[in-house]
Design a protein around this ligand. Sequence first.
Ligand SMILES: Nc1ncnc2c1ncn2[C@@H]1O[C@H](COP(=O)(O)OP(=O)(O)OP(=O)(O)O)[C@@H](O)[C@H]1O
Ligand SMILES: [Mg+2]
Length: 240
Amino acid sequence: MAKKIVIASGKGGVGKSTITAGLSRALETEGKKVLAIDFDIGLRSLDLLFGVREQVVKNWGDVLLGNCEKEHAIIQVGDIDFISAPLNFNEAFTCEKVKEMIAKYEENYDVIFFDAPAGISEGFSLACAAADSAIVVSTPDDVCVRSVEITAQKIASSGIKDIRLVINRFIKKLSAKRRFLNIDEVINMTYVQLIGVVPYDTRIGYSSMNHSSFNLKASSQKSFGRIAKRLLGENIPLKL
Ligand SMILES: Nc1ncnc2c1ncn2[C@@H]1O[C@H](COP(=O)(O)OP(=O)(O)OP(=O)(O)O)[C@@H](O)[C@H]1O
Ligand SMILES: [Mg+2]
């Protein structure tokens, strides 16, 4: 059975989709079969990060509404399977229906990622509906940290107990100069156990602008690799 992980944050623009794409690629490199699903209804972006925007014809909304077979919504990105988000909300999109739909996919995968939208309303609940674990993403600043604390509480109250923290856009020098929170402060303020730190990396933007894969030597990609291994149960020391 697949491990089903929702990637959430509360605040927008902190790196949820980037981390969904980066971890998908890192797990693909580990030989795992990954399904990444964009749950950002109306504001989808994973198709851009995977470089497949022209190929999006169907989305999970079509599957849920019975407009297409489940296989026809899948776009292949190397060995990763990707499903895009609907452009509009539909009242038929309920947590129960999402769970039923995911149950039909899960036997084919090792890991399924749900890329949640910003906020903690309907779209967020749908993204959490079928997940059995969560990664909450925070940048090292007070505003984002508070939103992650609240988001993690909301995730826990939905019954998901396995919640881990990724600190994104970390800049070691600026943290040392006290321009940002340090890693211990973010952990203490979110009350969530850390699974990894992703550095600020300008090559992330380059990859999405140029529709290219992440550079495997980039510092961010190396950190995705370490997080992927930890997700698979390996004991990998923290490296900043
Ligand atoms: N570690 C990083 N270093 C540098 N830039 C980053 C990093 N992570 C994300 N970004 C950039 O931040 C921007 C927002 O990232 P992304 O779209 O992944 O955030 P998001 O949380 O999914 O946003 P939304 O809430 O709108 O869905 C993008 O331009 C992305 O390239
Ligand atoms: Mg996003």
